[in-house]
Design a protein around this ligand. Structure first.
Ligand SMILES: [Cu+2]
Length: 114
């Protein structure tokens, strides 16, 4: 399992919603959020997707919203460029390239999924 982080920037005058993501390196990709407080956090599917306000941005980062890769098919070595495609609510797609990094992880648990 792995996760992807990015800053989503919306340069349009209307809110944009990301409803799905995909990458060739993983059989299953989900949009996740991290919930909870104190010492216990858990992650779950983000209902409604990631909303990027008009002219604004939405940050995907450890401990917050992220793109979850479940069922990574091959070892992804640091430095490898991994293509992602985001599907928007209106059906359009947006692609970007992420560079793989070693990541020890924050405090959230990546172990359990519904
Ligand atoms: Cu997750």
């Amino acid at each position: 399992m792995s996760a992807a982080f990015a800053t989503l920037v919306n340069t349009t005058g209307e809110a944009v919603t990301v409803v799905a993501a995909s990458t060739p390196v993983s059989s299953s990709v989900e949009l996740h959020e991290v919930v909870g407080d104190g010492g216990t956090t858990t992650m779950r599917r983000k209902q409604g997707g990631f909303v990027i306000p008009a002219g604004g941005r939405h940050v995907l980062q450890p401990g917050g919203d992220h793109i979850m890769l479940i069922g990574v098919r091959t070892a992804v070595e640091p430095g490898v460029e991994v293509p992602f495609t985001l599907t928007l609510k209106d059906g359009r797609t947006v692609s970007f390239i992420a560079v793989a990094k070693d990541f020890a992880g924050a405090n959230e648990s990546y172990a359990s999924h519904e």
